[in-house]
Design a binder for this molecule. Structure first.
Ligand SMILES: Nc1ncnc2c1ncn2[C@@H]1O[C@H](COP(=O)(O)OP(=O)(O)OP(=O)(O)O)[C@@H](O)[C@H]1O
Ligand SMILES: [Mg+2]
Length: 250
């Protein structure tokens, strides 16, 4: 099987600060995997490089065999790379439904002609309700996004990413700022979405229950470099990872 995503010696520096350094790994289609590492290790930066939000200084990033370094975020999304943010990026004054519907419309707009706009609106509305149901947010469709609880705003951000029908979905700390109960629900939901939408899924997390509970592969970044890669069991037993990040309790 060929990888769906392949990073080949990817680098990024801000001024003199090297934030990602010679990062290479391959993600297989259908895989669910985690990226972990201390604060400031370069995890979000690496996502920004994959999605084109930050230019890479060196290296190549292949998505379905094509080097996407130098492509714009819009071009990369259109190729099937979706992304939810560490801090949810919503239209706060729009309804929950409209937040998703706009994303559905923009996807339809890429492939359809203008005269279909009325049909597209109906299609986008149907698609948006389908996604809301999958997220368990259908009861809140007509509330304004800013009125939602923090956990539901994170869900909505994932919904916006799903509206673009990604093949590869990147989630940056989906459980950040959540209560233990909400985290528990988010874990189950992400696993469900991974299956239901037939995704390849890569998530960044500090919640080790989520990492070791649902990832098939775990990659550890430390000071911008890939320190280790393996199954949850291998990573848990890795002395370097224990010293750098996990501590002795794992
Ligand atoms: N746009 C930027 N300009 C300058 N420095 C930046 C920029 N973005 C990130 N950095 C720096 O790069 C380093 C890595 O940041 P990054 O956000 O990628 O870390 P992270 O692993 O996602 O951390 P966290 O777990 O806290 O989210 C940090 O030292 C950060 O201050
Ligand atoms: Mg981050």
């Amino acid at each position: 099987m060929t990888p769906i995503l392949q990073l080949d010696s990817v680098d990024k520096a801000f001024g003199g600060l090297r934030v990602t350094s010679k990062v290479s790994f391959s993600v297989m289609p259908g895989e669910i995997s985690a990226i972990i590492g201390p604060n400031g290790a370069g995890k979000t930066t690496l996502f920004n490089q994959i999605t084109g939000h930050l230019p890479s200084d060196a290296g190549a990033i292949f998505f379905r065999g094509e080097n996407i370094v130098g492509r714009s975020p819009q071009q990369i999304v259109a190729r099937g790379v979706g992304r939810a943010f560490q801090i949810a990026s919503l239209f706060p004054d729009e309804t929950v439904l409209d937040n998703i519907r706009v994303a559905c419309l923009s996807r339809l707009g890429q492939t359809r002609k203008f005269w279909r706009s009325v049909l597209d609106f109906q299609q986008a509305t149907d698609d948006a309700y389908g996604i809301l149901a999958s997220l368990g947010l259908d009861g809140q469709a007509h509330r304004l996004a800013f009125e939602l609880a923090h956990g539901d705003q994170k869900l909505l951000d994932i919904g916006i990413a799903l509206a673009l029908k990604p093949t590869l979905l990147l989630l940056d700390e989906p459980t950040a700022g959540m209560s233990p109960d909400e985290r528990h629900q988010m874990r189950a939901l992400i696993k469900k979405l991974w299956k239901e939408f037939d995704l390849t899924l890569v998530f960044i997390e500090h919640d080790m229950d989520m990492v070791f509970g649902i990832a098939q592969v775990v990659r550890v970044l430390q000071q911008g470099a890939l320190l280790a890669e393996g199954t949850p069991e291998q990573i848990r037993a890795n002395k370097q990872v224990i010293t750098a990040y996990l501590g002795e309790d794992f």
